[in-house]
Design a binder for this molecule. Structure first.
Ligand SMILES: [Fe+2]
Length: 187
């Protein structure tokens, strides 16, 4: 496979110092690298900025730019996209870790949504960083033996979506009007 793993996903932040404090102290990530340029290295455009990286256990990173002279919303959030759509999800060890993290985050004054079960595939909690980016902590909750079933099903899910653009016929692929009741799960 060409793409081996996530190196980083990058977002705009309002304030780099505030962002460092949040990602190191609240989420416990490593402040692994900071770069500064007056011109965007790839395009040459003038935009003084700092580019900061926060490393996870597997070496992958979430990264941010504070670029105050550039145009647009300082948080970098797309105003035309619902707040629940654009988000970054960190995987945690297990459900106990997830529930403890919810307590810890709430203890630090954050508003946390969840835990939310997604198709018995993953369970997640949600909150926002200081710039307004939605973050998710998630843990895998399904038997890995079901992954091939999900992969085989995905094109059928997409085909029904392309045909209807709603889920009025969702029982055709998910086995029920709400929830997920697949034939393979019926005993
Ligand atoms: Fe997600």
């Amino acid at each position: 496979m060409l793409c081996k793993k996530l190196h980083h996903a990058a977002f705009r932040c309002k304030d780099a110092a505030e962002t460092v404090k949040f990602y190191t102290e609240v989420l416990g990530l490593k402040f692994a690298h900071a770069m500064g340029e007056d011109h965007v290295p790839s395009t040459g455009k003038y935009s003084p900025h700092i580019h900061i990286f926060f490393e996870m256990e597997d070496g992958s990173n979430i990264a941010f730019f504070e670029c105050p002279q550039d145009q647009g919303e300082p948080s970098g959030r797309d105003p035309h996209t619902p707040a629940w759509v654009q988000h970054f999800a960190f995987e945690v060890e297990n459900i106990d870790t997830l529930l403890q993290a919810k307590k810890n985050l709430e203890g630090k004054g954050l508003s946390v949504v969840g835990p939310t079960n997604h198709d018995d595939f993953i369970t997640s909690i949600y909150f926002f960083d200081p710039s307004g980016h939605r973050l998710e902590l998630t843990t895998r909750t399904c038997d890995p033996a079901r992954y091939p079933e999900f992969e085989a099903e995905a094109p059928q899910v997409l085909a029904l979506w392309n045909a209807t653009h709603d889920w009025s016929q969702r029982e055709k692929v998910f086995g029920a009007k709400t929830g997920y009741v697949r034939a393979s799960q019926s005993t």
